[in-house]
Design a protein around this ligand. Sequence first.
Ligand code: ZN
Length: 46
Amino acid sequence: MCTNDKGGFVPPDASKLVARCPACKAFNPAKNTKCKKCGAEMKQQT
Ligand SMILES: [Zn+2]
């Protein structure tokens, strides 16, 4: 049902575990500092 970093769909409840790229809107692990898709810098929310 739910997919993690390998899946394309992330349920809203996992929004705290992922960060969304401001450039391409791709989901990345929250710990990522750069988007794995386009390489844009991710904003760190700490
Ligand atoms: Zn991106």
